[in-house]
Ligand binder design. Structure first.
Ligand SMILES: [Zn+2]
Length: 533
């Protein structure tokens, strides 16, 4: 039994898009036990929220914090934005299963993304059972790229029927262990080697077990609408909820397409298709540098990539394809000034530099510089790519049905995760929507913005008792000052916490108060069987 806490005199934004209302919120034993006026406090501890908003803890529906939370369980950059739940294992990348003899392959495969994480042999059930205690709740997805890597390596071909059965078995094990669903990352190898038929076969397992499907589209650049079409076709054949993650129109030729995409989704929803999307509120994307190239470059893994890059004719072919089609997944960029080194495990002093500036320094061609960097950093470089239009970002931010997800990791300015120059979205996503777009630009109301981070996400995920402030629901609560909430992280200096979040409760336990993280690790591993409808 934990002591009751009464949060007094705040303006409650309950996560349903309802108008804010003044009330007290009482919590005890991890749950909300009352919401109302002048709740008697008795022996309870009180928290003064006068002039502040009391909201459900934010749900970060799209993150890669499985690459950092084991290294930094306090989830600092997220807790300080008011995030209490993170969905991890996205874009086809999950850290489990890691099958006997294949651990090194998975470590190498994820090295541009999780260079500091250690991998060990594990099935999905043990992965969840031994997940470290964290400050945030986690919802786990199993990644299709990981399933394919474990089953058939980096081979560019359809699976044999035995291989497909193996992937189905691994997916069933993950779902039985508590994974909410499967993620795909069809833009990059080996997911890009799969055809819709393979995805539908795996989708049928999700349908049978009550799992959900999360997809990084096959293309977010010049073929983005074809990729949306592929997802719609998947939806027609498989009756599961589909989440298109970090929706964007990448590349100069595709700017202005946000409203067309949102129209397509509303039409599909009107026809009964369960399809949603989320966005991060920035114009730069982040990805491994090697993923900017056509995915055939990665066939055979890193050794295959390096061998191909040592061949002049292959380099010429890459240049031709990119001149014609734009970067893989990113479309046409104005120049290599738009591509900035974020994390380079082997050449850390280059973090923050653009490919164009390195090319100038070495007096070589910019495209050759990009290829050389892949070789020099052994394919492990992560980059930021300025490839999205601000007008599209604003169109997505304004739509109450488009959820907010950071696509970022939980990190902190000091320690292992404080290295390199990560995307500022790791620290600023939620604060930027509330401070910049909501308060400063007035693009949407606070209750609509909060809905996009809480109630809408809880609905898309099927969460049973989170995402809304309601009696009997779990006490995941964020208190913030609407005048002070702001993101501080920039591309140049990203390791800066957001400001304006004054208190955060995770499962009823005070995790942030004032400027202090309390060190509480009260997050829970949420499982499909127990925490979802
Ligand atoms: Zn992705």
């Amino acid at each position: 039994m934990s002591k009751a806490i009464v949060i007094r005199q705040g303006l409650v934004i309950d996560g349903t898009r309802a108008e804010p209302f003044r009330a007290d919120v009482a919590i005890e034993n991890g749950k909300i036990i009352d919401i109302g006026n002048d709740i008697s406090t008795g022996n309870a501890e009180t928290v003064d929220a006068k002039g502040k908003f009391i909201a459900p803890g934010f749900i970060d529906i799209k993150t890669h914090s499985d690459w950092t939370l084991p290294l930094m369980p306090q989830g600092e950059s997220k807790i300080r934005q008011g995030v209490t739940t993170e969905v991890i294992g996205h874009c086809g990348y999950s850290c489990a299963p890691a099958l006997p003899g294949k651990v090194e392959d998975l470590a190498e495969y994820l090295s541009p993304s999780a260079p500091w994480l250690s991998f060990k042999e594990t099935g999905f059930a043990d992965y969840l059972n031994f997940y470290p205690a964290l400050s945030v709740n986690t919802i786990h997805l199993v990644g299709h790229n990981t399933l394919r890597l474990m089953t058939m390596g980096m081979e560019d071909r359809p699976p044999t029927s035995a291989e497909l059965r193996h992937m189905i078995l691994l997916l069933q094990e993950a779902l039985a262990a508590g994974a909410l669903g499967m993620s795909t990352g069809l833009f990059t190898a080996p997911g890009s080697f799969s055809e819709t038929e393979e995805l539908v076969a795996l989708g049928r397992v999700l349908e049978a077990e009550g799992g959900r499907y999360f997809t990084h589209l096959r293309n977010e650049g010049n073929s983005v609408f074809d990729a949306i079409q592929e997802t719609m076709e998947f939806s027609e054949q498989v009756g599961v909820h589909v989440q298109i993650v970090h929706m964007k129109l990448s590349g100069l030729d595709n700017w202005g397409g946000a409203s067309k995409a949102m129209d397509l989704f509303s039409q599909a929803r009107a026809m009964g298709t369960a399809i949603d999307c989320d966005i991060y509120p920035y114009t730069a994307a982040s990805n491994p540098l090697r993923n900017l190239m056509p995915s055939w470059l990665q066939e055979g893994g890193i050794e295959g990539t390096l061998a191909k890059l040592s061949n002049v004719d292959t380099r010429a072919r890459l240049r031709r394809e990119i001149d014609q089609d734009g970067l893989n997944n990113f479309g046409r960029i104005p120049s290599w000034d738009a591509v900035r080194i974020s994390i380079s495990p082997n050449l850390p002093h280059f973090a923050g530099r653009t490919i164009a500036s390195l090319a100038e320094e070495r007096n070589i061609d910019q495209f050759e510089m990009a290829l050389n960097f892949i070789v020099e950093d052994h394919g492990q470089t992560r980059v930021l790519v300025e490839s999205i239009s601000e007008n599209d970002v604003r169109d997505f931010v304004k739509d109450p049905n488009v959820m907010i997800g950071s696509d970022g990791n939980s990190v902190a300015p000091v320690g292992t995760t404080g290295q390199g120059r990560p995307h500022p979205r790791f620290y600023g996503t939620f604060a930027k929507v509330l401070g910049h777009y909501c308060r400063d630009l007035g693009l949407l109301s606070f209750q609509d913005a909060i809905y996009k981070m809480t109630g809408a996400s809880a609905k898309a995920l099927g969460l049973k008792d989170r995402g809304v402030l309601k009696k009997g629901f779990k006490a995941d609560i964020t208190i913030f000052d609407p005048d002070k909430i702001a993101e501080k992280a920039t591309y140049e200096d990203p390791h800066q916490f957001a400001t304006g979040v004054e208190a955060v409760f995770v499962n009823g336990v005070k995790t942030l108060h004032g400027d202090q993280h309390t060190g509480a690790l009260s997050g829970q591993t949420l499982r499909r069987q127990s925490d979802f409808l």
